[in-house]
Design a protein around this ligand. Structure first.
Ligand code: SF4
Ligand code: SF4
Length: 104
């Protein structure tokens, strides 16, 4: 499949497929620039177990189990591969895959 921009120039979307839970600091920058609702902040406990999604503006501590927060790609199918999230991540913890190398 050939991908193009509006003027017909060649364009290869780079889809966000994964965020490394070990290096993500949960800063939220990727979430703020994404127009597609692809990733969401989640709380994890000391063992790295995911406790649940943190809703925007809420101060959830998951009954005292919260150790830190990480961003999780939980709506990958909505990504348009714009690359904006990669540009703002301070930890280089995202994996992007070109559209011609991703399984449908
Ligand atoms: S590549 Fe674009 S659409 Fe996909 S998750 Fe990143 S910011 Fe959102
Ligand atoms: S910008 Fe990077 S470090 Fe910050 S929440 Fe997103 S993936 Fe994690």
């Amino acid at each position: 499949m050939a991908y193009t921009t509006r003027d017909g120039s060649a364009w290869m979307p780079e889809y966000l497929t994964r965020i490394d839970a070990a290096t993500c600091i949960g800063c939220g920058r990727c979430y703020k620039v994404c127009s597609r609702d692809v990733m969401h902040l989640h709380g994890v406990d000391e063992a790295g177990q995911v406790l649940g999604r943190v809703e925007e503006g809420e101060d959830e501590d998951f009954d005292g189990e919260l150790n830190r927060m990480i961003m999780i790609v939980d709506n990958a199918g909505a990504c348009v591969g714009c690359g904006a999230c990669a540009r703002v991540c301070p930890k280089n913890c995202q994996t992007h895959v070109p559209a011609d190398r991703i399984a449908a």
